[in-house]
Design a protein around this ligand. Sequence first.
Ligand SMILES: Nc1ncnc2c1ncn2[C@@H]1O[C@H](COP(=O)(O)OP(=O)(O)OP(=O)(O)O)[C@@H](O)[C@H]1O
Ligand SMILES: [Mg+2]
Length: 254
Amino acid sequence: MEALMEAVVIKDLCCTYDGFVAIDRVNMIVNKGEFVAIMGPNGGGKTTLLRAIAGMIKPQRGYVKVKGEIGYMPQKEHVNFEIPIKVREVVEMGIMSKKKKFSLFSKLSREEKELVNNALKAVDMLKFVERNFTELSGGQQQRVLLARAIATKPDILLLDEPFNGVDLPTQEKIIKLLDNLASEGVSVITVVHNVSPLIHHVSRIALLNRELIAYGKPEEVLTPENTAKTYGIPIPTTVCKEGYIHPLFGDIHG
Ligand SMILES: Nc1ncnc2c1ncn2[C@@H]1O[C@H](COP(=O)(O)OP(=O)(O)OP(=O)(O)O)[C@@H](O)[C@H]1O
Ligand SMILES: [Mg+2]
């Protein structure tokens, strides 16, 4: 029975760029409906791991097995739309790219247009649907990229730093949205620098610094030993009134 619940199985995964080892010996299982946060220093291999799960890069060694459709929200720094493109089209592209038969001239069905609208509504960006993507603020662009990832109703949702530049009320809304998706059975795997806002919702945390330093329940993972191995310095933690562990400084950049 247990095996049926596994949405992502990663075994002895090693990924390289021209011989440079970005991640190595990663073993990880994410179950259906789990909400997992991946943390680690810049260059620690978080984006590489998400790309490997999405099948965008081939492992040098080991494997990734996924059960179901994937939705991927790239790190905003890696997205570069040079051509003017409307918000609606950004989300439509996400749907088109999932189609078996893809043609530049194929039109979206009514149901698919409905998916686009619903996804934009979920991130509160429907009112910007006819605006140019490049003319949006950074946080607004982030929300549109999230809409693109959820529009196809994926079974596994991969998010790379979805909260960067997003204001706190919107962040709260998005967390609720992700929590709802997880309770509906979507496996949510998100890279974050500051896990604190998510800590009441995540089932497991992965600490990644080339190798997987630790993977498990937040209170088991966020020990001074593990965070020192990950970041080079131990991160102090506190336990909130509700009994959840919180790192005392979340955003670690250089
Ligand atoms: N396309 C690429 N070609 C060569 N090296 C790469 C490429 N992409 C990433 N790397 C290297 O692989 C390592 C891991 O990069 P990755 O982008 O996965 O880190 P990250 O944990 O996502 O970092 P950040 O927090 O800055 O987003 C880094 O040393 C990076 O320089
Ligand atoms: Mg990254």
